[in-house]
Design a protein around this ligand. Sequence first.
Ligand code: MIG
Length: 797
Amino acid sequence: MITNTELEYKGDLYPSKIVSFEYEVDSVNFYTDNKVILRVTILRDSLLRFRFTTKGYFSKDFSYAIDKSHSHGYNHLAVKEETEYYEILTSKIKCHIKKSDLRITIYDLNDTIILQDELGFHWEENYEFGGNIVKTTKHAQEGECYYGLGDKATQMNLKGKRLENFATDQYAYQKDQEPLYKSVPFYIGLHNKQAYGIFFDNTFRSFFDFCQERRNITSFWAEGGEMNYYFIYGPEVKEVITTYTDLTGKPELPPLWALGYHQCKWSYYPESKVKEITSKFRELKIPCDAIYLDIDYMDGFRCFTWNKDYFPDPKRMVAELTEEGFKTVVIIDPGIKIDPNYWVYNEALEKDYFCKRADGPYMKGKVWPGECNFPDYTNPEVRQWWAGLFKELISEIGVKGVWNDMNEPAVMEVPNKTFPMDVRHSYDGNFCSHRKAHNIYGMQMARATYHGVKKFSYPKRPFVITRSAYSGTQRYTSSWTGDNVATWEHLWIANIQVQRMCISGMSFTGSDIGGFAEQPTGELYTRWIQLGVFHPFCRTHSSGDHGNQEPWAFDEEVIDITRKFINLRYQLLPYLYTMFWQYIEDGVPMLKPLVYFDQDDIQTHYRNDEFIFGNQILVCPILEPNAVGRRMYVPRGNWYNYWTNEYIAGGKEVWVDTKYDEIPVFVKAGAIIPKYPIQQYVGEIEFDELTLDIYYFEGKEKSQVYEDAHDGYDHRKGRFSYLSFQTTGRPKDLIIQLHKEGKFETPYTKYRINLIGLPFKVTGIEIDNAPTVFDVSTFENVLIIPKEFNSLRIIGE
Ligand code: MIG
């Protein structure tokens, strides 16, 4: 429930006129005669930071979101004074700041308005807590659309909506319910083919209103802190997202197994049950790489302990699971049981690491273990201590990943479901109350967990997953969308949420496949797994209250279809891994909503369902029962139906027939899709061929394949293999050029090439300009050739 609105606040105060300005290196300060100062920092030609104070000076600058290694530097900067305004000019944009009231207008170099203040910055003093409620209002431009903001369970385009950022445990949330688990105060605006972004780096409870309260006004405000936002100019949506992701940071590559299929439930115990589940996967030949232990593996829900009745010898069990190719992931919550016989509690107590109330007592709240205290993860010393707690789990027992839950933080049996607002936090030396620390509590817990898991997994790569997050959390961990429900509407929500997380800098995300609460029908589960295999993170999870949710909990047909789709994911692992690499290198989102793919086509602006998986695969889930197909929009370009290899020209809405064991999937013409053989888990088999599905296109297209050892850090020393392909199709031939970079020698020696959609009959093949021995009569458009080539020409007549 959103309790207040921008206009309900009383007593708004406004900046006064500019009396002087000062220009230092990359920043310009504008002083007014009522203590308001605006500091504009030029970080890049298309990235400006706007920071306001109402005190006459700025407090210490500190942010958990900003990645210290983000790129900055500009090509051009000029600041000049005109009669009515000051102008800041870079090689990409022009920014005017009005002398009379500090209002800001940003133009492109053709004088088109990109973003313009309405009232601009204004504020209201907060009597109860001190400080200000800080607000900004902007004009919406004609036809403007809005995207982003993390995990919001609503339409992709946020126009007409008001949203709230206050991390909240929302069990069985509904469509449009606010707020949810994550706070990502970043949005993308798009109008007149131009995109820009706003990142409001303020961790207090914040609100965004996209033309809901007032028809042509966009506003954002927070209940404390500074008006401090970054403006990112596109003009491409892609540029906005990659710049935002660069600013707030990128993750490291996960181990490849983390991109496999994961099986989870609340809870698998005792050990015999865990083994029964993992054996069944192998028996049914459904690939699976990870098995999760939810809270019941612990002794009385005490973190870093084991229930020895259920798991008498965790080290042996984990080793046996590893033998079968299963990586064990365990849950760790923030609540530490108040128990004088519990070492973690005693250590934290002794070191004074728990959060305290304003007047001194420890913050006490009920969670699964009963009454708990909660570590203050915003204290660097606490984070270091927490990281150290993972030693036994990771180094000795052999656990491979850690799952952080309840870190909004969630507290039971209290009206606001979280800490009281007076709780104190270190905030890395910037002491504050929970009002300011709430939205980053989960992030700092996941950060500490990541450092612990990484430290003890080294030289292997860590895997962490979190429920709560703030901007920048992607540097440390993957995430899931929390406690969804086994309904068709939630399948629709999951599809949008994961796309939205991808364009909000957090690609490594998935939903609980099948729904967490309640029980899916076999059909719903099937439709969900068919979508889930195209999500960066792919895990079935359920509360277990309503029966089983393993692929075999339904009927034979569901088992077969689940296997078929998980097999497909395992075949596509090199494609997924390449997507991930493009994400960590360039900040490119792993899934792209259609508006990202083609922002100039207004048909894409309100689309929710269709998305691009990586760069070249178009996916559209089936979201209704009894479907024999669906209508969908195929974006402009040329495509092949993945199942039938039929060619289709895009830029139109079409009906696509699908059987129960299919959803609409299309491959971009000209693409080269790399595939591994089906394995039951990553690294199960050694293989000598990389499959390349090549989709003919009369024209040019580029494709890439990134590979390395799939774990460890050798790739950072150049031991990776990066293949870039260019296909050139002409009426009578197809040329594939290959350029290889990197020092990693892939274990396979050959490519198995499937030629799809050739408009001609093949009569000859040339490798590096030399003809090869070729038998026209037996050739079926499949070709096996050594992997070392520079150019391949398929000749036809
Ligand atoms: O209060 O650990 O979202 O995935 O299975 C419920 C038990 C606590 C909520 C998580 C869910 C997990 C469950 N947890």
